[in-house]
Ligand binder design. Structure first.
Ligand SMILES: C[S@@+](CC[C@H](N)C(=O)[O-])C[C@H]1O[C@@H](n2cnc3c(N)ncnc32)[C@H](O)[C@@H]1O
Length: 306
């Protein structure tokens, strides 16, 4: 069968949902959704057929059971089957509804009509296979942090919606481009969005067009901090980086090359128990951590250069 996908269905204790999502992302799943089933949750996830063999799925099942065992919860039940691409797109899309985030954003799936009243900044999204629908706590924390950071700018810039703040940001691990689009809607002049996954770069490009964003304001590029050092002529005003704690720690020394004394940083993708390690690494690399925001078991560190 051409273009077939694994559909994974996991019936689990609701408290296991986040660790399952994380495990599924690490396994390479594209597009996850959950719904309530009585006292349980049904998590669905999709993965290109060529990316996993039956043996891999058995291993995943074992990891999920071990994760549950470690925190004393009932073992989740994993079922899988193959579906074709069309079914994949429609199965996943039906679970994704418009969602308000923070005080200013509304995430609207690309295939749904825009809301009649546009009191919020609408981010239209079709993430395709990239991460970043706005459903994950870490994405929400980053959008809310951007809202906070970018509301600190002079009133004069906010008074006229078409006036850009003279700010340049780097979005490291852009996924669907959701954070860069949010930043541009909040008024930044330019967002450099990088990701090591070509599908994420493609998705950011499509979402840029979907949101009618001037290509000069949002520049998606394949790569990571190394590529940013070549792309930008001056240090950036802000960094938003929602990846994993280990990856953030690894990238911090390189980030020095793209920052200046006033650069702020928003770092997420960090489990609460990893926050101290990331905060220590930030301090060792010349950042001062100002706030820690948490949601579920995730957190987001807001920092400034020291
Ligand atoms: C958790 S997703 C975040 C997506 C989006 N920014 C959001 O907040 O929803 C992390 C993204 O980082 C990318 N990534 C992983 N390691 C990376 C690295 N070393 N440099 C740049 N991007 C990376 C992944 O491909 C993935 O798209």
């Amino acid at each position: 069968m051409a273009n077939t996908w694994w559909e994974l269905k996991i019936l689990c204790d609701p408290d296991l949902e986040d660790s399952i999502f994380w495990r599924l992302e690490g396994f390479g799943c594209r597009g996850t959704a959950s719904e309530s089933k009585g006292n349980s949750s049904l998590v669905k996830a999709y993965l290109p057929h060529f990316q996993a063999q039956l043996l891999d799925l058995s291993a995943l099942s074992l990891w999920l059971r071990q994760d549950a065992l470690c925190i004393g919860l009932a073992s989740p039940l994993l079922h899988w089957n193959l579906i074709d691409e069309e079914d994949w797109a429609s199965s996943w899309k039906q679970y994704w509804q418009p969602q308000e985030i923070g005080d200013r954003f509304l995430i609207n799936p690309a295939w749904l009509p825009l809301p009649e009243s546009l009191e919020r900044l609408v981010i239209r999204l079709d993430p395709g296979v990239a991460f970043g629908t706005g459903n994950h706590a870490t994405t929400q924390l980053c959008l809310e942090s951007l809202e906070m950071r970018l509301s600190e700018v002079p009133e004069a810039f906010l008074a006229k919606s078409d006036q850009k703040q003279p700010l340049v940001i780097a979005d490291i691990g852009c996924g669907s481009g959701i954070l860069s689009i949010g930043a541009v809607l909040l008024g930044v002049e330019k967002a450099y969005a990088v990701d090591t996954d070509p599908l994420a770069v493609q998705s950011t490009l499509s979402n840029r067009a979907l949101n009618d964003i001037n290509p000069e304001c949002l520049i998606p590029t394949l790569g990571s901090v190394d590529i940013l050092t070549k792309l930008i002529s001056q240090p950036v005003d802000g960094i938003v980086c929602n990846i994993l704690a280990d990856v953030i720690i690894e990238l911090l020394p390189e980030m020095k090359a793209i920052t200046k004394a006033t650069t702020w940083g928003i770092f997420s993708g960090i489990l609460l128990e990893q926050s101290k390690a990331v905060a220590d690494a930030l301090e060792q690399n010349g950042w001062v951590v100002a706030t820690l925001w948490k949601r579920k078991e995730w957190c987001c560190l807001n920092a400034r250069r020291s």
